[in-house]
Design a protein around this ligand. Structure first.
Ligand code: ADE
Ligand code: ZN
Length: 336
């Protein structure tokens, strides 16, 4: 099964590029840029990755990204991840980036865009990996600041596929960003938003109704609202679920207790993703393997999930056709 899951052409729709920063690269970039971290070694960094919830993770995540300063840092960060991802059978990566977190540290929009763009070009030519970029807004910051970040990104519009909404969810409903997402729509950008990770199902509804999102990131709390599940099913809305993230941030106590099987049973359109692989104990393949262990899913189920991601990804139709073909070439015995 491991070989099968590795070979499966996996498209990753929910990933924070800053969440791919491995402790080794964090220490190396701290040294290169003269940044002092509160950790003396890679082991100490890893020891800090014992999270109680989303908030306790976000503290460590924002601290970690303080080592990123130059375009080369962003290029190294993304290439480091793209290489690992490609080696485990990932064929397409859609990365969120949190510009406000970098602008606040004095890193210019041009700097991060240039570094990510270089890595994306290299991913396409060196690794046959397609990529997309999602400009994410920090929902615990004012909407005016998000709008300002969006305007600063306008010169890079060609490089952007969508806007997203992330960071501390509870107390920061999607509606707060309605004006920002409307502006993104005017600019021709697709919209996605984290909702229903720690926040209530009402936030998922609000993301659909007020932000006009095409995908919901996480969305695992939708099961608490039957009418919402029916709507998500009827509208075939895509949910980007991140099993190991939910485990490490204690959204669920054990993976066996994760709502994923019930969500599948309810007929929802799901994808599997890694969220912040450097912090949550593994990348795409680890997430697929963890689901296999916890739920005993068949090859057919994993193939369906991989297919959902290929259909929902921001990619050219030529690329989508190529990935569909690669998926169709996977040997799945009937009922296997
Ligand atoms: N930023 C990075 N990872 C996140 C997550 N899982 N939820 C919300 N914001 C995030
Ligand atoms: Zn996320």
């Amino acid at each position: 099964m491991r070989d099968f899951l590795k070979a499966l052409p996996k498209a990753e729709l929910h990933l924070h590029i800053e969440g791919t920063l491995e402790p080794e690269l964090m220490m190396a970039l701290a040294e290169r840029n003269g940044v002092t971290l509160p950790y003396a070694s890679v082991e100490e960094v890893r020891a800090a990755y014992d999270f109680e919830d989303l908030a306790s993770f976000l503290d460590v995540y924002f601290q970690g990204m303080s080592v990123l300063h130059t375009a080369r840092d962003f290029e190294d960060l993304a290439m480091d991840y793209f290489r690992r991802a490609a080696a485990e059978g990932v064929v397409h990566v859609e990365m969120h980036v949190d510009p406000q977190a970098h602008l606040a540290r004095g890193v210019a929009m041009d700097t991060l865009m240039e570094g990510l763009e270089r890595a994306r070009r290299r991913a396409a030519s060196e690794l046959d990996l397609s990529t997309a970029l999602i400009l994410a807004f920090l929902r615990d910051r004012p909407a005016e600041e998000a709008l300002e970040a969006l305007e600063q990104a306008v010169p890079h519009l060609e490089r952007l596929d969508a806007v997203g909404l992330d960071s501390a969810e509870v107390g920061h409903p999607p509606g707060k960003f309605a004006v920002v997402f409307r502006r993104a729509a005017e600019l021709g950008l697709a919209r996605v938003a984290h909702a229903g990770e720690e926040g209530p199902p009402a936030y998922i509804r609000e993301a659909l109704d007020r932000l006009d999102v095409c995908r919901v990131d996480h969305g695992v709390r939708c099961l608490e609202d039957e009418a919402l599940v029916e709507r998500l099913r009827a509208e075939a809305r895509v949910l980007t679920v991140c099993p190991l993230s939910n485990l490490r941030l204690k959204v669920v106590e054990r993976l066996e207790a994760h709502p994923l099987p019930a969500m599948l049973e309810a007929g929802l359109t799901l994808t599997l993703n890694s969220d912040d692989p450097a912090y949550f104990g593994g990348g795409m393949l680890d997430n697929f393997l963890a689901c296999e262990r916890a739920f005993g899913w068949s090859r057919e189920t994993f193939t369906r999930l991989a297919g959902n991601a290929i259909e929902a990804g921001f990619m050219s139709e030529t690329r989508r056709d190529a990935l569909r073909e690669r998926l169709a070439a996977m040997q799945v015995p009937p009922g296997g």
